[in-house]
Ligand binder design. Structure first.
Ligand SMILES: Cc1cc2nc3c(=O)[nH]c(=O)nc-3n(C[C@H](O)[C@H](O)[C@H](O)COP(=O)(O)OP(=O)(O)OC[C@H]3O[C@@H](n4cnc5c(N)ncnc54)[C@H](O)[C@@H]3O)c2cc1C
Length: 466
């Protein structure tokens, strides 16, 4: 046996599993075919948030160049796109370098190369070695599959030429004059907003009747209003038919059947992601599948003994923190002594649009569908001092709690910088807090967190500031 644990994939699922396993004394080898850090650090969470920050700062500078309420006067700013992308790449490099250092520090072996499964205990790794391209066969006691996901393609708009995925959109050579985004989910809107703030004319096309279709309409409304304010054109209930004959515009059909063409220099297809389950011999294991995903139980065991799977390849929600939490758990089970199960009470999800959205647990409608008798209450940021000092008086915090014992089962918020409330929301649900616990906790003034306390107070019928 060459190694006790062989991990395929160095994303936030695989690298966390490898670090934790090595920390616990498990002989661990991680195989990564592209870049340590996976989608998240290289072409996902981190570069997209860097691009959003960059765009927000540029947009701010542009607003200050015109008349503005704050009285700041600057001359007209310009963008050095090449330097901006170098800065973003620097953030990515720093984090991926950190992952390599951590793996080394804890004694996990890292092999560069693409893994091809031979059987449940044997993997061939093909990679560039000093003598040229070589294949190395590795045998293991436990095999952990963390291959992640790839952008889903649209048959009517295959990737290539001006049709790009989020990966290319995160490393533009220049900001296009006209960007058309297909899909108004979180990736499409985050990138669409960033490009708009960097100066592109942006059009978003969505098949469903609202932006952020995975979220409730009340949360999506302030985001839709902000898109209008920013000058992003949105076509809802519209289907993309393909490029026109000249290849410089996208053909759409609206719900009434009318067709139109929208000119675009770049077309970003952001309709979702699919698990990376093909092209590396996974079928040889004949695992039970869940549609396109690898089926796992509550300990991330697949249908084959000592073969485990985590992260995007195992289902929704496809989020980095889910992959990491699963990876940490699997490492502890393999190391022995842990009987943990992956059954989180709270799984936060954040959309880094302008304004931001955060959801944890049940919305009122989801609680009802789950058969829970709940009360819910909002607190608007228009009544929160800190939000007003951030020029962010729009949006709200909403709490959902059981009517009988006030146990909190959900939090939602939309507003400036609400992503940072995700920790308080998740902790309160995970720790079994009741409305009285949050209402009775002293929250610092002036902070957005006071809106969290006030929402709980309002649900109890005694809000003080609204
Ligand atoms: C634009 C964008 C923005 C996002 N923003 C967020 C966000 O804000 N918050 C959030 O939580 N999530 C976000 N995500 C999702 C997040 O990136 C994923 O959920 C997360 O990366 C999944 O982790 P993973 O470990 O399962 O897989 P991945 O990160 O996809 O890593 C899998 C790794 O496995 C390697 N691999 C695959 N097959 C093989 C093989 N056969 N041999 C060797 N190596 C292999 C791949 O090269 C890859 O590096 C975003 C995604 C995108 C695209």
């Amino acid at each position: 046996m060459d190694t006790q644990l062989l991990v395929i994939g160095g994303g936030p699922g695989g690298y966390i599993a490898a670090i934790r396993a090595a920390q616990l004394g498990v002989r661990t080898t991680l195989v990564e075919g592209e870049f340590l850090g996976g989608t998240c650090l290289n072409v996902g969470c981190i570069p997209s948030k860097a691009l959003l920050h960059l765009a927000a700062e540029f947009d701010k500078a542009q607003r200050y160049a015109a008349d503005n309420a704050l009285g700041i006067r600057v001359s007209r700013p310009s963008l050095d796109a090449a330097q901006a992308i170098r800065w973003k790449d620097g953030v990515v490099r720093r984090l991926t370098g950190g992952v390599a250092t951590l793996l080394r520090k804890h004694g996990a072996e890292v092999i560069d190369g693409w893994a091809e499964i031979v059987d449940g205990k044997t993997v061939d790794v093909r990679g560039q070695r000093p003598g040229g391209m070589q294949t190395r066969r590795i045998s293991c006691e436990h095999l952990l599959l963390a291959p992640g996901s790839v952008p889903a393609a649209l048959p009517s708009l295959p990737f290539g030429g001006r049709v790009i995925s989020s990966t290319e959109a995160l490393s533009p050579e220049a900001i296009p004059d006209k960007l058309l985004v297909v899909g108004a989910g979180y990736i499409g809107l985050e990138l669409g907003i960033a490009y708009r703030k960097l100066g592109a004319e942006v059009t978003v096309v969505e098949m469903l009747p609202q932006v952020l279709p995975a979220f409730d309409a009340e949360l999506a409304r302030p985001v839709a209003a902000s898109l209008r304010r920013l000058g992003v054109t949105v076509h809802l209930r519209s289907t993309v038919l393909g490029l026109n004959d000249a290849g410089d515009a996208v053909r759409l059909r609206d719900e009434a059947g009318a067709e139109r063409e929208i000119a675009a220099d770049r077309v970003l297809v952001a309709i979702g992601r699919r698990p990376r389950t093909e092209g590396w011999g996974l079928e040889r294991l004949q695992l039970d599948m869940d549609g396109r995903f690898i089926r796992v139980d509550s300990q991330c065991r697949t249908s084959m003994r000592n073969v485990w799977a985590i992260g995007d390849a195992t289902g929704e929600p496809m989020l980095a923190h889910r992959a990491s939490a699963q990876g940490e758990m699997v490492a502890e089970i393999i190391a022995g002594g842990s009987r943990r199960r992956f059954e989180p009470a709270a799984m936060p999800a954040v959309v880094f649009t302008d304004p931001e959205v955060v959801v944890v647990g049940h919305s009122p409608a989801e609680a009802e569908r789950a058969g829970l008798d709940c009360i819910h209450a909002h607190f608007p940021f228009s009544a929160n001092g800190r939000a007003l000092t951030l020029e962010g008086g729009e949006g709200f915090v909403r709490v959902v709690a059981r009517r009988d014992n006030h146990l909190i089962v959900g939090w939602q918020a939309v507003g400036a910088e609400v992503s940072e409330l995700a920790a308080a929301f998740a902790q309160s649900i995970e720790m079994g807090a009741r409305l009285e616990d949050v209402a009775g906790t002293i929250h610092a003034h002036p902070t957005l967190g006071e809106a969290v306390q006030e929402a709980a107070m309002r649900a109890l019928g005694h809000s003080l500031n609204v």
